[in-house]
Structure formats: C-alpha cells, structure tokens
Design a protein around this ligand. Structure first.
Ligand SMILES: [Zn+2]
Length: 309
C-alpha cells in the first residue's frame, strides 16, 4: 500500500479561473480542497503527486502527461461544477472516461462519501472527451465538488470543508484497501492473532464481566515486533490502546456489530463497562498501530475512536 501514488489535480489555475460566481473562482476552491485532500492521504501513508502546486496554468494535456511520467497509480482531478443560471442545480457529480472498471468504483465511493458530508449525490457521468480522463494512463476520475454558482452548495463547501476533504480521501482509501484486502500492512502480531472465532466467547453473557480477551501484545512468550516504534510516542508498557467501534445499551446491537467485524477479519471483541456493551478492536502497545487499525476500520465505514486502559 505504501507504494501507491495518487496524482491529485486541482482544476484550472493561473490565467484560467474556471467557473466564477460572485467573487468566487473555481481555481481557488479546487487548489484549497486538493491540498487538504493531499494532506490527509499523505498522513495515511500514500504518496501524493500534485499535478498543480500553485496558482499556475498548465494545459490539460500537460497535466495528464505529468501524471503519466510521475508513474501515478490513480488520477483524481478536483473541480467545481457550474450551471447556466445561478441556483439552478446542486450536488456532486464525478466524471469518468467510461463507466467501468476500478475508476467507476472509485467515482462511486467518492460520491457516496461526499453525500455523507452533506452534498446531494448526482452520480457518475461518462465524459470520454475530457483530456485529463482520456490521456491519463491510470484510472482517472474528475470530481465536480458541488456547483460554484449554487449558494447552498457553497455553504456546504465552506461549512463542511474539512469533512469534504476527508470524504474524498476516504473514498480513495476505501477503494485502495478494497484492492488490497489481505492486510499486508497490519503489524505482524495482528496477523498472527488467533482466528477471529477465538474471540466469540469473549463475552459470555455475564454483564459484570469486564475482562478483556487475551491481547496479542500481552500474551506471555509472544514476540511483539517493534518496527512501528516511534520515539515520539508514549510507550508506557502498561498502556494498551484499543479502537472502539461502538457502544450500545442493547446487547444484540453490539453483537451484530461484533459479528460483522469478525466476518471482515478484524480482531474484535466486546466488553461491558459503565452500563454499555462496547465493541472494540485491538489491543496495541503502540498508538501508531491503533491509528493504523483505525484507518482500516474507517475504510469499512466504522466510526471509531481510540481508548486505552
Ligand atoms: Zn472545472
């Protein structure tokens, strides 16, 4: 996964403002959003190639060629849509050369995430004549992140800006992880965990039972790899990080989530604490490993946070 390079293109630039509405220029919105998406991807260990780094003009043909020469694995171009009359249409739309293959999956994943961030989902549209979609050698999509001449879409864009950047990054990451579901990047001791079924008995129906299942980091004789060790981390040997995926008053809801996690291969278990059935994944000695697991879980649409004892 770490070898993946995403080419991120912010639409227009320099003398080409793209669509303009009131004092708002498409080229500025796209640059800002591209930078935010790129930052999230880089933080997730993805190489990002910025096709346009600043307010400069490049022809679409040069953009496609640059991405090809950079050896990018995917090409994601970010734009804002525009309609003939202001406030005529609203929503997000993602364009592809043709509606097939992984690029179509990527486009739909991005749209779905953007819908959760507040936009209407206008779906995927084939646009075989766009140079950046036609001349790129890798799967390519062009996101129209809402209409720049729609006041409601601009309100969403500004108010939910971070969510929107996260949504695009999540759509990309989800697609990548689905391509590489064998958990190569999960630390050894997670791969070496007992089969998930071993955790099915973690909760035996005793509401007072707060005992964790044997955690891979604490089992005696288990060699815990240290390759993820970060000198900036607090490595208190007593401290174990777990990723909490849900907490429920109703036990059957917790069990349903636990079963989904186990079927998806996550080392999940359930505890009863403070009157709630909590579904967690882990445990990890290093925060970086818990964060890594958290990212996997988020690609499967779980909302998560990290807890420690
Ligand atoms: Zn545009």
């Amino acid at each position: 996964m770490s070898e993946i390079t995403i080419a991120l293109d912010s639409g227009h630039g320099g003398s080409d403002s793209g669509a303009v509405y009131k004092s708002r220029k498409e080229k500025d919105d796209t640059l800002r959003l591209t930078r935010a998406v790129g930052q999230i991807l880089e933080n997730s260990g993805i190489n990002v190639y910025y096709v346009r780094e600043d307010d400069e003009y490049e022809t679409p043909f040069k953009k496609a060629t640059d991405a090809n020469n950079a050896g990018a694995d995917y090409f994601v171009s970010i734009h804002r849509n525009s309609s003939e009359r202001p406030n005529q249409y609203n929503g997000v739309e993602t364009l592809v050369y043709n509606d097939s293959g992984i690029k179509a999956v990527l486009a739909r994943n991005i749209n779905e995430e953007l819908e959760k961030a507040g936009f209407k989902n206008l779906g995927v549209t084939e646009r075989p004549n766009l140079v950046v979609l036609k001349r790129t050698k890798m799967p390519a999509v062009l996101i129209e992140a809402g209409f720049i001449n729609d006041d409601e879409d601009n309100r969403i864009f500004d108010e939910n800006f971070n969510k929107i950047a996260q949504a695009i990054a999540d759509g990309i990451l989800k697609t990548l992880y689905a391509q590489d579901i064998n958990f190569n990047e999960i630390p050894d001791y997670v791969q070496n965990m007992p089969e998930p079924e071993a955790f099915n008995g973690a909760y035996q129906g005793n509401a007072q039972d707060t005992t964790l299942p044997p955690s891979p980091a604490t089992r005696p004789g288990m060699n815990v790899p240290y390759r993820m060790q970060n000198p900036m981390e607090d490595n208190d040997p007593e401290k174990l990080y777990r990723v909490q995926v849900g907490s429920f008053r109703d036990k059957s809801n917790a069990e349903r989530m636990l079963n989904s996690l186990l079927m998806e291969g996550f080392p999940a278990f359930m505890i009863y604490e403070d009157g709630l059935y909590k579904v967690q994944v882990g445990a990890f000695r290093y925060l970086s490993n818990a964060i890594k697991m958290e990212r996997r879980l988020r690609c499967f649409r779980y909302s998560t946070f990290i807890v420690y004892n």
